[in-house]
Design a protein around this ligand. Structure first.
Ligand SMILES: [Zn+2]
Length: 208
């Protein structure tokens, strides 16, 4: 028996659902309560608009870019108690064992990720059959955050708050299911590739 007690909180959600903000808010509460907190984000997921530092009422937390999951051990400070991992879907499957390991060492880990790809399947960690759902059985708490459906017809936006799915578009058409899972795109309608959160009524499900 051991007294070391770690914890894993898994935060999944659609694009533009506010999942990162939800996690950052939880991390900041730990900072305020005097815990040693570190926040990591895969380098490939970082956009220019992403803030390097979160600040709230005089408290701050720096976002540390992560080149590969294995780097995490070197970057971890000795006294860190709480670890935030954002955009976990950009990591390969090695992140699963690393998270397990950190929890076993008594760390409180927050892992935030996209839940489903545009085909409504759980996102894969790298080019593998291992998905983000492989973290579910070992999580103390799982939260799934939906987005708002931005489908627009005749100048009216749907606005449904249960937009669990993401549609990928090529211009004004839903992308074919065999199009690449990872393809850069816009978040607003355009002639090229773009993505948008959709409710059940407005998501085009791909049938086998
Ligand atoms: Zn809708």
């Amino acid at each position: 028996m051991t007294n070391i007690k770690g914890r894993l909180e898994l935060i999944l959600g659609n694009m533009s659902s506010g999942k990162s903000e939800h996690m950052r808010n939880k991390l900041m509460r730990r900072v305020v309560s005097g815990k040693y907190v570190q926040l990591f984000q895969p380098v490939a997921s970082i956009r220019e608009s992403d803030p390097e530092k979160i600040e709230k009422r005089g408290y701050g937390l720096i976002m540390e870019p992560l080149a590969a999951p294995s780097q995490l051990y070197d970057m971890l400070n000795q006294n860190t108690e709480v670890i935030g991992l954002d955009e976990v879907h950009f990591c390969d499957k090695s992140i699963i064992n690393i998270i397990k390991n950190l929890v076993d060492k008594g760390k409180e880990v927050f892992a935030c990720s996209l839940e489903l790809n545009f085909r409504a399947e759980p996102v894969r960690l790298g080019n593998d059959s291992i998905t983000i759902y492989n973290l579910m059985p070992i999580a103390d708490n799982v939260k799934i955050i939906n987005s708002i459906c931005t489908y627009e017809s005749q100048g009216k936006i749907c606005g449904c708050r249960e937009a669990r799915w993401v549609q990928k578009y090529y211009g004004d058409k839903a992308a074919p299911p065999d199009s690449p899972l990872i393809e850069k795109g816009d978040v607003k309608p355009c002639d090229g590739v773009w993505y948008a959160p959709r409710c059940r009524e407005h998501y085009h499900f791909y049938r086998e």
